[in-house]
Design a protein around this ligand. Structure first.
Ligand SMILES: CC(C)(COP(=O)(O)OP(=O)(O)OC[C@H]1O[C@@H](n2cnc3c(N)ncnc32)[C@H](O)[C@@H]1OP(=O)(O)O)[C@@H](O)C(=O)NCCC(=O)NCCS
Length: 135
């Protein structure tokens, strides 16, 4: 099957919750617990849907400040599709769409083991950032 990538493409909560569980090794959250369709529609700049045929192969959420800053959140690729370039394309589509919207900066944070993915494959450069665990 050929891969397709769509900015603000259609998806169901079930699809993304199953993808999230497979990618992050969590349980499958219910639509009531994590309503991706509603949350992204109300709060995100956009999102990118990757499909292999009809099957959801990857997803990334792009949150923003409403003006110049956008953030990559929850880049996830089905483990069956790892190392096919899906993650890189998801991020590239998100960067391109945010640029077209007029955003000036794309942010991301990640664990050490993904430095090669975000720096080398996706083109981010290192910067200082901070984090506080709230719960
Ligand atoms: C991280 C993730 C999105 C990468 O998706 P992917 O489609 O496999 O990535 P790509 O095929 O585009 O990888 C491009 C390059 O990035 C690097 N890379 C990708 N995944 C990597 C990993 N897990 N560890 C180290 N480097 C990695 C490699 O250099 C790779 O090139 P190569 O395959 O020629 O070696 C995917 O592994 C995933 O969904 N992980 C679980 C969820 C997660 O941790 N998301 C990130 C939250 S910040």
């Amino acid at each position: 099957m050929s891969l397709t990538f769509e900015w603000r493409g259609a998806f169901t909560n079930r699809e993304v919750n199953e993808l999230h569980a497979a990618a992050f090794e969590t349980r499958v959250f219910s639509d009531d617990e994590w309503n991706w369709v509603q949350l992204t529609a109300e709060r995100s700049l956009g999102w990118v849907v990757a499909r292999d045929g009809d099957r959801l192969a990857g997803f990334v959420n792009v949150i923003w400040d409403g003006l110049v800053h956008a953030w990559i959140q929850d880049t996830m690729v089905d483990p069956r599709d790892h190392r096919r370039g899906v993650g890189t394309r998801l991020v590239a589509e998100a960067v391109s769409a945010a640029r077209e919207t007029g955003c000036e900066w794309m942010h991301v944070d990640f664990d050490d083991d993904l430095r090669s993915f975000y720096y080398d494959a996706c083109g981010f450069r290192p910067t200082n950032a901070g984090l506080i665990a709230l719960q």
